[in-house]
Design a protein around this ligand. Structure first.
Ligand SMILES: Cc1cc2nc3c(=O)[nH]c(=O)nc-3n(C[C@H](O)[C@H](O)[C@H](O)COP(=O)(O)OP(=O)(O)OC[C@H]3O[C@@H](n4cnc5c(N)ncnc54)[C@H](O)[C@@H]3O)c2cc1C
Ligand SMILES: *[C@@H]1O[C@H](CO)[C@@H](O)[C@H](O)[C@H]1NC(C)=O
Ligand SMILES: *[C@@H]1O[C@H](CO)[C@@H](O)[C@H](O)[C@H]1NC(C)=O
Ligand SMILES: *[C@@H]1O[C@H](CO)[C@@H](O)[C@H](O)[C@H]1NC(C)=O
Ligand SMILES: *[C@@H]1O[C@H](CO)[C@@H](O)[C@H](O)[C@H]1NC(C)=O
Ligand SMILES: *[C@@H]1O[C@H](CO)[C@@H](O)[C@H](O)[C@H]1NC(C)=O
Length: 379
């Protein structure tokens, strides 16, 4: 709270009034948090890589249906709605609501999936052969004739997440936020053992509050305070074609062993799974093999050219759910997750409300770090 802009900031009334909020991380999660905060407060974003580490290597699918836990489904769905709102506020945001078409599970699995999500209120449609060919006329008919029917969820989408992160950070800057491209190596504490800033490659920086959204980099940072962040990591290979003017795909399409979407710049992004396939010993050869498979999938696949490939590392909490909010140290919150592209919009909204106004949305309850305490105590 700066002296010239009084606000109803009850949550932080112990802090130095004019100190900025520090966000560590410039991937999609840090960018969303910083943009939400910057509307009301001074913000400093500190990141080694502005645009993120996992973020530019993500499939970037915005979906709610991945989970069988209703509370996580609700969270993801609310985040997709928040992305739609942000998209209305920032019309250049590279978001595309093209839906998800699934043909790669067994008919039995698909039927169960449809029932569950229908009951939860997802707009989920069964697509017969005719529907499939109408939705995706560029896909070779043989691909669809081998499946009886597919499932279409029109409300799902994709986001060019690294572009979105850069845009959100640029908007935050235009509202007064500062960006420092450097490493954070530790935390500062005041006399009451409250976190009061960070130690960086450019010296010490004080803040009223610190939010750690550093993906896998969050683990060693919390370890400096003897806090264990239970993350595992796994690699995922995704391939891009060269840009093409032809519209090859409407939806994010999931065929057996090949998940693909077309980016807004025309490149098709694909992998053995949307989550990125295993890179194997020779990622380049794996990528080229997948590219041949992609070409066969389209009627005019021979016109496509190989572009490049990425091997990303997922920051994946051990139980699969986001880790959000209090770390147990006053003044320090955390936001680390897989599905960060889907979740970043709501995470930014809810954590900024918590930090600026002391209002903790009930949806955050399930995602606190201290849920792991019990299981650790038993070790
Ligand atoms: C192959 C693959 C496919 C995926 N598919 C999807 C998908 O379809 N949908 C979806 O929602 N999610 C998907 N994900 C997950 C998603 O990409 C991540 O959850 C998300 O990008 C995490 O964003 P982030 O901002 O937390 O982290 P990152 O993008 O990793 O950014 C971390 C930031 O912290 C900074 N940092 C780290 N340590 C320090 C330090 N010590 N000091 C200063 N800065 C530091 C980095 O420089 C960077 O700016 C996928 C991931 C992969 C790898
Ligand atoms: C939705 O995307 C996430 C990645 O964000 C993935 O883990 C999940 O499995 C996807 N949904 C489905 C239905 O597979
Ligand atoms: C396929 O479904 C559509 C409605 O989605 C329907 O109009 C059409 O008759 C169906 N076609 C066949 C061959 O069943
Ligand atoms: C997308 O779907 C529409 C029908 O919903 C169809 O007319 C159009 O040709 C499709 N485009 C591509 C590129 O598949
Ligand atoms: C979206 O695609 C994924 C991956 O194929 C699949 O598991 C999921 O069921 C799909 N969602 C819907 C609603 O079809
Ligand atoms: C892949 O190609 C695109 C488009 O040319 C480029 O923006 C991106 O940085 C490249 N990625 C890698 C890992 O080379």
């Amino acid at each position: 709270m700066s002296p010239t802009t009084p606000s109803n900031n009850q949550g932080d009334n112990m802090s130095v009034p004019s100190a900025p909020v520090i966000v560590i991380g410039g991937g999609i999660v840090g960018a969303s948090i910083a943009w939400h905060l910057a509307k009301e407060r001074d913000v400093i974003i500190i990141a080694e890589a502005v645009g993120g580490v996992a973020t530019p290597k993500s499939f970037c699918w915005l979906n709610a249906t991945s989970t069988t836990q209703k509370y996580y489904y609700d969270f993801r769905r609310r985040s997709m709605a928040r992305w739609a709102e942000i998209g209305r506020e920032l019309p250049d945001l590279p978001i595309y609501w093209g839906g998800n078409l699934t043909c790669d599970t067994t008919p039995d699995e698909r039927a169960k999936f449809q029932d569950l999500h229908h009951a939860w209120g997802t707009d989920i449609r069964r697509m017969n052969q005719t529907d499939l060919v109408t939705l995706e006329p560029e896909i070779d008919d043989a691909e669809f004739s081998s499946v009886e029917w597919g499932l279409h969820v029109p409300e799902e989408g994709t986001l060019e997440a690294h572009v979105a992160a850069a845009q959100l950070i640029a908007k935050a800057k235009s509202m007064g936020a500062r960006v420092l491209t450097t490493s954070v190596t530790g935390f500062l504490k005041d006399g009451n053992r409250r976190i009061s800033g960070v130690v960086t490659g450019c010296g010490e920086i004080r803040g009223s509050h610190v939010i750690l959204a550093a993906g896998l980099g969050s683990v060693p940072l919390l370890a400096t305070e003897n806090i264990k962040l239970p993350l595992k990591s796994s690699e995922g290979l995704l391939v891009n074609t060269a840009p093409t003017k032809r519209r090859y795909l409407n939806a994010s399409v999931h065929l057996q062993g090949l998940h693909m979407r077309q980016r807004l710049d025309g490149r098709i992004c694909f992998g053995a799974s949307f989550a990125g396939g295993k890179p194997g010993d020779e990622p380049k050869a794996t990528a080229e093999e997948l590219f041949k498979q992609l070409q066969k999938t389209f009627k005019k696949g021979s016109e496509l050219e190989f572009g490049n490939y990425t091997v990303g590392v997922r920051p994946d909490p051990e139980d699969g759910y986001p880790i959000l909010g209090s770390t147990g140290l006053d003044g320090l919150d955390v936001a680390v997750m897989h599905s960060g592209v889907t979740n970043a919009a709501l995470v930014g909204e809810l954590l900024s409300k918590k930090i600026l106004h002391g209002v903790e949305d009930p949806m955050l309850d399930r995602f606190r770090l201290d849920r792991f305490k019990k299981s650790y105590a038993r070790l």
